[in-house]
Design a protein around this ligand. Structure first.
Ligand SMILES: [Zn+2]
Length: 641
């Protein structure tokens, strides 16, 4: 081990002192140095250092190669009341102020209609008051989830700071073991769609990439990733990294916390509220159906308290020998491809999670160029079935199905996963209505769709180029006049009794619970109605069964009785809207991917999809070794050189 790999607070103090004596000879006034998750917080009582903190932090990052944040010592902060009245005086449209007194930061929330102050104005104001000021626009649509997330994170600052300190101790500990080996073990998503979970181990670190469950599984051994591979996994794990907020990728995170995992969970900013929303809903739905949920709301809150968000493109050390960077995956809002840098140039792994290699109405296509990559772990969902239709053709096909149903006096049911497909289809329907491609009929949105859409409007910078530029009108872009949100059981009953054509979009996307079942039960017996699938149906789910031609299923009604439902309505699917890459797109991704990987590991596909994709991939990448692992299989990564 070289001395360079050693790192400690003492060494850091020394480096900082050296910087302030040689590079930038001013009085540093450092009062405290602390770990703050994957960052190091330096507190200063010198107002000059505080007001030049961006430049100084940048210099220090170059010097120390760790993420640094400079915070104001209490002695230079204006009293909270003074700050509050001055902010309200100087900035227009303040809706809320969230103080974090422990770190000297205040979040200023503005109404979406006002023009926010310029960066320079904020900087000046911050220098005058000795507080870090973050201005955030309130989303044009109200979201309870973001409020809840803020409450969990900011409402208990002591707990949050303690969690961040513990995380920092893991990140910045001295490296004990040399990085000589790295091993990838598939705990879930090997030859299957569902329960994504991949363990990456070096001699020094253990990191879990994704932590989901299987929507189609009925028994624990089928639902939960193979955590049983390691006796003391929760204590040995250094970090959990989540690619995106779908339950088959993050649904088991709170379960780790239930069993006392207290390390970090890394994800992008939008992933955090989307994850919170769906995990709570999962518990809620399970409760209603009398199914045992594998964790409680308390575990969900603890998990959020340990979650650290990272923006795309920010390189972050998560253990002494592992650095990660997130890139856009084009799958759903905030979805990420993870670049994992192991050791000092020892090996680089790219894990795609779910990704779409094509622009959609909501998002830009996935990133395919990386600084380094020796191993590519790629999803294979549509590896076997070429999609026959382009995006435009799919929109036309959807329009035809809807028109046909309306003309025969039927109702259209579109099951959607709350996050991703729902927003995409909303934009498509908007387009079809406004161009007259389908007649205007009421569209009802039920389940988590509205809340998920509201969260989309809160993160314009994560949306595709075309949409992100329309920040002011985002609320209207999604929630146009065509849509009605269903907010009560009464309203639902009214809709069920309504005559005439309509379109209903509701969760869950695979008919595994949620309000969609209420509508399906009611509409199933009428052959004028149509059920249109627009997303992947996992093996074992009711959605998949109906697609395969099953025309009878049982449902548990409000009184707890089992009811047999006969399916007479027409069942169709339109594949082109998927958030996953088609078979052609998976292969074009391999062609475009830079640099050429030495190893390709195919996961997240049913056996025929993985096998068929592997065969074609070997022609695209003749010099790449291709793996199609089962769950519990391991692959060893060797040094780059
Ligand atoms: Zn997904």
């Amino acid at each position: 081990m070289t001395s360079q790999e050693l790192f400690s607070l003492d060494k850091l103090r020394h480096e900082i002192a050296r910087y302030f004596s040689i590079v930038n000879p001013i009085e540093a006034g450092v009062t405290k140095i602390e770990f703050e998750g994957p960052r190091i917080a330096i507190y200063t009582r010198n107002p000059e250092v505080f007001s030049n903190r961006d430049q100084i932090a940048k210099d220090l990052v170059t010097l120390i190669k760790k993420r640094i944040v400079i915070r104001p010592d209490e002695s230079i902060r204006a009293p909270k009341e003074v700050l509050e009245s001055r902010i309200k005086e100087a900035i227009k449209g303040v809706q809320a102020l969230i103080f974090n007194e422990l770190i000297g930061e205040v979040v200023v929330e503005l109404t979406p209609t006002v023009k926010p102050p310029s960066d320079d104005e904020v900087k000046k104001f911050s220098a005058e008051t000795g507080w870090v000021i973050r201005v955030e626009m309130q989303p044009p649509m109200q979201t309870k989830t973001i409020e809840k997330a803020n409450n969990i994170i900011y409402g208990y600052p002591e707990e949050r700071l303690q969690a961040l300190r513990r995380i920092g101790e893991k990140v910045f500990r001295n490296q004990v073991f040399e990085t000589k080996d790295a091993v990838i073990t598939i705990l879930g998503s090997g030859m299957q769609v569902g329960r994504s979970a991949i363990l990456l181990q070096t001699n020094e670190s253990k990191v879990l990439l994704d932590c989901g469950f299987s929507p189609g599984g009925t028994r624990n051994i089928e639902m939960i990733p193979r955590f049983d591979i390691m006796e003391d996994l929760v204590n040995e794990l250094d970090a959990v990294v989540i690619t995106h907020a779908h339950l088959d990728h993050m649904g088991m995170v709170p379960y780790l916390f239930k069993y006392d995992y207290r390390g970090p969970v890394y994800c992008t900013e939008p992933t955090l509220p989307l994850m919170l929303m769906q995990q709570l809903d999962f518990i809620n739905v399970a409760g209603k159906e009398g199914v045992f949920a594998p964790y409680t709301e308390r575990d969900v809150r603890t998990a959020i308290q340990h979650t650290v968000t990272l923006s795309y493109g920010v390189v972050t050390n998560i253990t002494p020998d592992i650095r990660i960077t997130f890139y856009n995956a084009g799958h759903i809002l905030g979805s990420a491809i993870i670049h994992i840098h192991i050791g000092e140039g020892f090996h680089n792994v790219i894990y795609t999670g779910d990704f779409k290699f094509e622009n959609s109405r909501t998002l830009d296509a996935a990133v395919y160029k990386f600084p380094r990559a020796e191993t590519l772990i790629m999803e294979s969902t549509y590896g076997a079935t070429p999609v026959q239709f382009t995006r435009e053709e799919s929109e036309q096909l959807l329009a035809n199905y809807i028109k046909q149903t309306i003309e025969r006096g039927g109702k259209v049911l579109i099951p959607v996963p709350a996050v991703g497909r729902a927003q995409e289809i909303m934009l498509v329907l908007n387009h079809l209505f406004s161009t007259g491609m389908i007649p205007e009929v009421p569209v009802f949105l039920d389940g988590l769709v509205i809340e998920a859409t509201a969260i989309h409007t809160a993160f314009p910078s994560y949306l595709g180029r075309e949409l992100g530029g329309r920040i002011e009108e985002l609320g209207n872009v999604f929630m146009s006049e065509y849509f009605t949100a269903v907010r009560s059981q009464q309203q639902r009953d009214d809709i069920l009794n309504m005559e005439g054509p309509m379109i209903i979009m509701a969760t869950s996307g695979m008919l595994e619970g949620g309000p969609i079942l209420t509508y399906l039960r009611e509409f199933a017996s009428d052959d004028r109605n149509m059920l249109i699938f627009v997303s992947y149906q996992v093996e074992g789910t009711l959605g998949r069964k109906l697609l395969k031609g099953v025309r009878e299923f049982s449902i548990i009604d409000e009184t707890g009785k089992t009811e047999l439902v006969n399916v007479k309505l027409e069942v169709v699917k339109v594949d082109g809207f998927s958030g996953h890459s088609s078979r052609q797109q998976l292969l074009s991704y391999l062609r475009a991917f830079k640099p050429k990987p030495r190893k390709l590991i195919l996961v997240h596909g049913e056996p025929d999809a993985v096998t068929s994709l592997a065969k074609s991939a070997s022609k695209v990448l003749p010099n790449t070794r291709i793996y199609t692992p089962q769950n519990l299989e391991s692959i060893t990564l060797e040094s780059k050189s």
